[in-house]
Design a protein around this ligand. Structure first.
Ligand code: PLP
Length: 394
């Protein structure tokens, strides 16, 4: 007898993947230029040139056995020190190499945090709309997911709903700002309120409630918007970061978990994250990429196209009658669908070769996700199709 839960994860294609594959098949019939594919969140800009320069320098200069060998289990100490330095400089926060655990992307970071913190039956709160893999990661940690409903007018937190969800079994909350799929960035006010609530509830239930801050989009933020640093608001915060989006390196699988010294019982919490990394077989993130990310951790790819695309799409779709919350960052827009059934709506879009993802996959029906990490030219060509789709509802 196999583990049927895993069989299910491994054989059921995600809606997003399914759409993407459909787009590839359809492109063979009607031509790539006639498919308006906004399904995947794969960065569309090249990494900065320093990434390849660093790879060349390291492969030329470093002892290959060292460069391609195992690093210490939590990651190369020098690479971690360099990243810690950057955290100190950028956020004015205490940070040291010993508080960082290198991982294969934010996904593995989340799994290490959840597995490290949770005992079977513990509850983890997520905020709709959220990255669908959270459900898989939480279930794999044998915890229960509780979903806080969305506040669709701005995608900040609905505190009345949240308060009712926190109970004695609550172990952690996962926040993701800038957010996939809404593009919302939590304001300092939201974070202050969240911190106050979690402090009060932690006191009431006699144990810390941890905040897991999932931050792969931290650097993709548009002019005039600040992304506050979450550990500065709430002591018991664990940060899951990755360079998948900021350096356009999603396939290289590199990121970290930061367990700041201020976390209650920090050395045991860090130990639990590291222990989960060991239990999951994640020790020693890719050695070359640890060093590349550390050398380039103050850089980003040229992210300007995402802001240009965000402004263009928001303006044009709003003029056509779609209701959109202007994103503060990421490369996603999450407008309301023009009928309540988002799956039916996205199917109508698909019949026009416009590939957008139903919001129900993000626990937020009545919306669609448009991934605009695409050339601006594709957006311009797709506008008549969005208009044609809107016409169906007039
Ligand atoms: N969290 C969110 C919100 C994401 O959108 C993604 C990837 O798209 C991840 C985590 C996983 O990122 P990584 O590639 O760093 O594992």
């Amino acid at each position: 007898m196999l583990n049927e839960q895993m069989v299910g994860y491994g054989t059921a294609r995600s809606v997003i993947r399914e759409l993407f594959e459909y787009g590839n098949q359809r492109a063979k019939v009607v031509g790539r230029e006639n498919i308006y594919d906004f399904s995947l969140g794969n960065p569309s800009v090249a990494p900065p040139k320093e990434v390849n320069e660093t790879i060349r320098r390291l492969t030329d200069e470093m002892d290959p056995c060292l460069l391609h060998g195992y690093t210490s289990a939590p990651g190369d100490p020098e690479a971690r020190e360099r990243i810690a330095q950057s955290i100190r400089r950028r956020f004015g926060m205490e940070a040291s190499a010993g508080e960082l655990y290198m991982t294969v992307g934010a996904a593995a970071g989340l799994c290490c945090c959840l597995r490290g913190l949770c005992n079977p039956g513990d509850e983890v709160i997520t905020f709709a709309p959220f990255f669908p893999e959270y459900g898989v990661f939480i279930a794999s940690a044998l915890a229960q997911m509780k979903v806080c409903p969305p506040r669709p007018e701005d995608f900040q937190i609905d505190f009345d709903a949240l308060e009712g969800l926190i109970g004695p079994a609550t172990k952690a909350l996962i926040i993701n700002s800038p957010n996939n799929p809404s593009g919302a960035v939590y304001t300092a006010d939201t974070l202050r309120r969240l911190a106050r609530l979690l402090e009060e509830k932690s006191r009431r239930y006699g144990h810390p409630i941890y905040l897991i801050s999932d931050e792969p989009y931290r650097e993709i933020v548009f002019s005039g918007v600040e992304v506050p640093y979450v550990p500065k608001f709430y002591a018991n915060t664990l940060v899951c970061y990755s360079w998948s989006k900021s350096l356009s390196l999603p396939g290289e699988r590199i990121g970290y978990v930061f367990v700041p010294g201020q976390v209650e019982d920090q050395s045991r919490v860090y130990g639990a994250v590291a222990g989960a990394g060991r239990a999951l077989g994640y020790v020693c993130a890719p050695s070359l990429m640890q060093r590349v990310a550390a050398a380039c951790c103050e850089l980003t790819a040229d992210l300007s196209v995402y802001e240009a695309n965000a402004r263009l799409l928001t303006r044009e779709l709003t003029a056509m009658g779609y209701s959109c919350v202007a994103p503060g960052g990421t490369f996603y827009l999450f407008p309301r669908t023009l009928e309540a059934d988002d799956v039916a709506f996205c199917q109508k879009a698909r019949e026009l070769d416009l590939l957008v993802v139903p919001g129900s996959g993000f626990a937020c029906p009545g919306h669609m996700r448009i991934s605009y990490c695409v050339p601006t030219e594709r957006i311009l060509r797709s506008l008549p199709v969005f208009r044609q789709l809107a016409q169906l509802y007039k």
